[in-house]
Design a protein around this ligand. Structure first.
Ligand SMILES: *Cc1c(COP(=O)(O)O)cnc(C)c1O
Length: 334
């Protein structure tokens, strides 16, 4: 069976992790700071504008905390990872569930009232941030690391950018991991304060969301590979496009997407998932109705019923991609 998704760690990551094990320097070494600064460089930020945390979810939580959004209304799409809601409730922020624009995963922010917005870039699609007066924006780049608009890299355009290095994201720090980035260095310093609990005795709320040196060392290797990962994903996407598969896409010369997901738009989701499975290909519905954070959003409910996600990841071969494309072409014709 060709899996729907798969991590892409290799020998280099194994060697980097082994070197940390032998060094005995498991925490508070240079790997974590180097990973942060290399990410800053990749995103076009000065050094010191990023801090590693244990997951994308903890990054969201720490972002809400340092932006002082306790008891504030935080807008987020009902069509998004439940971790957005969990981060809000842990921080005592009040989530306001928003719909998406028709046939896209982009959040619709008109006609709604909230104090701050979590803006996820789902499936690797870049999009233009809404122009909101006096509202804070947390960009959730968990699925779109490396994507950009004509204004710069995603994650650097709002108040805080949140990254995830979970096993199957654009890059992984060995299974779990996350990062906060910001143009505003004081926010990053506040986040570092929040993580720093050991031998600090005061009345401030703090919590251990640190990553380890092993995770950071693996993350650094993966970040160096990110440009080639993006190229490979583009090559697979191109094969799917050349076979005229009805892919969800957003055509805008000012946006540069990464191909984190290849989403086929179809009204026959379950039939095609079963058809592909017969040929040894695992496809999934990337977001089902039962995962919606609110049932009231019409566009979101509609999108849940018409999407199918195909395998697309760096160690899928081009031959496998062609086989998947041809098989789905046949399945659609039947
Ligand atoms: C994966 C993901 C998260 C959560 O990240 P974890 O590292 O798994 O906690 C948040 N938002 C989006 C859009 C994600 O895809």
């Amino acid at each position: 069976m060709i899996p729907h998704n798969q991590p892409s760690l290799g020998e280099q990551e194994a060697r980097a992790a082994a070197a940390i094990v032998s060094s005995n320097k498991l925490v508070q070494g240079s790997q974590t700071r180097d990973f942060e600064d290399e990410m800053c460089q990749y995103l076009g930020l000065p050094p010191g504008h990023a801090v590693c945390v244990s997951s994308g979810t903890s990054a969201l939580y720490v972002a809400l905390n340092v932006l002082a959004l306790q008891n504030k209304k935080v807008g987020l799409p009902s069509y998004s990872c439940t971790s957005l809601k969990h981060a809000c409730t842990l921080n005592n922020s009040k989530p306001v569930f928003l719909d998406i624009k028709a046939n896209t995963p982009i959040v619709e922010t008109n006609y709604n009232s909230f104090d701050a917005l979590i803006y996820p870039y789902l499936y690797g699609f870049a999009s233009h941030l809404p122009k909101l007066v006096d509202k804070l924006i947390i960009e959730d780049v968990a699925q779109a690391l490396g994507a950009r608009t004509n204004n710069g890299m995603l994650g650097t355009l709002g108040d805080i950018g949140v990254l995830s290095f979970y096993a199957t994201k654009m890059i992984s720090s060995g299974g779990q991991g996350g990062m906060l980035v910001s143009k505003d260095k004081t926010l990053i310093e506040q986040a570092k304060q929040y993580l720093n609990f050991d031998q600090v005795i005061d009345q401030e709320q703090r919590f251990n969301f640190h990553i380890t040196e092993i995770q950071a060392a693996i993350g650094r290797v993966q970040l160096r590979k990110l440009p080639e990962f993006i190229e490979k994903r583009n090559a697979i996407w191109q094969i799917y496009q050349d076979h005229q598969l009805p892919l969800m896409d957003i055509d805008d010369e000012n946006l540069k997407h990464v191909r984190y997901r290849a989403i086929v738009m179809t009204s026959n989701v379950n039939r095609l998932i079963n058809y592909l499975a017969e040929y040894g290909i695992r496809a999934i519905n990337p977001f089902t109705t039962s995962e919606l954070l609110s049932a009231e959003n019409i566009n979101a409910s509609q999108l849940c019923r018409q999407t199918l996600s195909l395998p697309i990841y760096p160690n899928l071969s081009l031959a496998q991609a062609k086989y998947i494309a041809r098989t789905l072409q046949q399945g659609i014709k039947i």
